[in-house]
Design a protein around this ligand. Structure first.
Ligand code: GLU
Length: 492
């Protein structure tokens, strides 16, 4: 276990929606930082202008905020290593790219995209791996610098050694040896003056003092290049951890846009803001996400504090994780049940308000314990409990005819129950249950029939929280009024 305070970062590109992969890429470095009393940084990698999506940065910030993943330095709060948005650090990358040129590890390249495209096609036709053909590798550095200064369009490429091997280490996978001959002269600085990911991330991780780079497995193939880059600068290497990939719910193949679109049709989503809209709570989402790649038992229920207390980067696993929405539901329901009554009341209240209902706090606090066990997502509060806040309910007359009762029988049951309840000063489980059970016996009916008629009459629906407790909450007056209405319906 790391005990020294680490510095970790989440370095998303603002190129789309925040999904469970981004959330996990933020969560693990956050946990490691908090576990060791270290620092967690948010850095926005917005150097790909073509893929930039306005609003994506804000969605990331909102998502982190909702999940409770707090950062100590970032674009909106600043910090000692800022700016934290890469487009605001242009000059830094420019300097570093030319420093590598000066050290003989990189070279300016003036090849036109057009020519490179042709070379590429030719290579593919010959079944070769497409790569830079080396045209500008041997240019005189001073001459090249002068051409660049004079305004000629250029990129800066890494001068990959032609021979030898490079060794790099991933904390979860161990040592990785790569033949340099298999690696390309990768572009470090683009012709728009902005760095590629390779240069931008390595420079920033160094300047921001990052000790542990925790990132998606799509970057594993670039690790040898990154090792070269860091060594070319003469910097200390951070520890690298590449997370596992996500598989489709079926476990077959990588999670793709298509599965993401399908998920929403059955009330699930991989997007953080949609999960929020669907009534998932951050506690449930975090518990679900944290276990996709962490070697603790799969059904472990943990709060964020538990995760921080137990997190160990050594226990992360490189094995792929299948996205299992049933587990999300399980964890969400479990964490909903762990919330205090006041907390859960505050979280479900907006759903009632959105339905246009007026919610009085005292009633809400009494309703919560009755429905808590049945909620998978927060919006499940509506089918179970919206009726508590309606002035009247509108039962379907057919639903009053429980298990084959005729309208006359159902009206008779309701009338007798009404008489019993009218004779009680207050309706509570203690006062109402015994005489109503007596009524069941007297009529020779099943409890489900009598209570079923009452349930539909009083709540307007055939599924509801426990009947006597529910009647106690809405009160004797409303109960009697609703039963009278049901009797009238059955008579007509
Ligand atoms: N901007 C990169 C991405 O979103 C970051 C990868 C990293 O964490 O270094 O994939």
């Amino acid at each position: 276990m790391e005990h020294k305070p680490v510095r970790t970062r989440f370095a998303p590109s603002p190129t789309g929606r925040m999904h469970l992969g981004s959330a996990r890429s933020a969560l693990y470095p956050f946990l490691l930082a908090r576990r060791t009393g270290g620092t967690f940084i948010l850095r926005i990698e917005d150097t790909d202008q073509k893929r930039f999506v306005p609003g994506a940065e804000q969605e990331l910030i909102d998502g982190l905020h909702w999940l409770g993943i707090t950062y100590d330095e970032g674009p909106d709060i600043g910090g000692p290593c800022g700016p934290y948005r890469q487009t605001e650090r242009r000059e830094i990358y420019h300097q570093h790219a030319w420093e590598l040129v000066a050290r003989g590890h990189a070279f300016p390249c003036f090849c036109s995209p057009d020519r490179l495209g042709k070379v590429r096609q030719e290579q593919m036709r010959n079944k070769q791996n497409p790569r830079y053909d080396g045209t500008c590798r041997g240019l005189d550095p001073d001459l090249a610098r002068r051409r660049a200064t004079a305004g000629e369009k250029y990129v800066i490429r890494f001068k990959m050694p032609k021979e030898g091997t490079v060794q790099a280490t991933d904390l979860l996978r161990g040592s990785i040896q790569t033949e340099n001959a298999a690696l390309d002269d990768a572009v470090l600085l683009k012709s728009d003056g902005l760095p590629t990911y390779h240069l931008g991330a390595m420079v920033d991780d160094h300047l921001m003092g990052i000790t542990h780079v925790i990132r998606g497995s799509e970057w594993l193939p670039s690790l040898p290049l990154h090792a070269h880059l860091i060594r070319a600068f003469g910097w200390e290497e951070p520890a690298f951890v590449h997370l596992s990939v996500f598989l489709k719910p079926s476990g077959k193949g990588k999670m793709s846009k298509r599965e993401a679109a399908e998920a929403i049709q059955d009330g699930h989503s991989i997007f953080v803001s949609e999960m929020q809209d669907l009534g998932y709570i951050p506690e449930g989402v975090l518990n679900w996400i944290v276990l996709m790649g962490w070697g603790v038992p799969e059904d472990e229920v943990m709060t964020l504090d538990d995760m921080i207390a137990r997190f160990d980067v050594q226990n992360l696993t490189p094995s792929p994780a299948a996205v299992n929405f049933a587990k999300l539901d399980h964890f969400n329901g479990t964490h909903i049940r762990l919330l205090s009554t006041e907390d859960l009341a505050a979280r479900i209240k907006p759903y009632f308000i959105r339905e246009g209902l007026t919610v009085d706090e005292a009633t809400l606090l009494r309703v919560v314990p009755l429905i808590r066990e049945r909620l998978v997502t927060l919006d499940d509060c509506l089918p179970f409990a919206a009726w508590f806040f309606r002035d009247s309910v509108n039962p379907d007359p057919a639903e009053l005819l429980i298990k084959g009762l005729t309208p006359a029988q159902a009206a008779d049951v309701a009338g007798r129950a009404q008489a019993i309840l009218a004779g009680l000063p207050v309706i509570t489980p203690a006062t109402a249950e015994a005489p109503l059970r007596q009524l069941v016996d007297d009529l020779g009916l099943k409890a489900g029939q009598v209570f079923g008629v009452l349930r539909v009459a009083v709540t307007g629906q055939s599924v509801s929280p426990p009947l006597f407790e529910s009647m106690e909450i809405i009160g004797r007056e409303k109960v009697l009024e609703r039963i009278a209405r049901a009797i009238a319906m059955l008579g007509s």
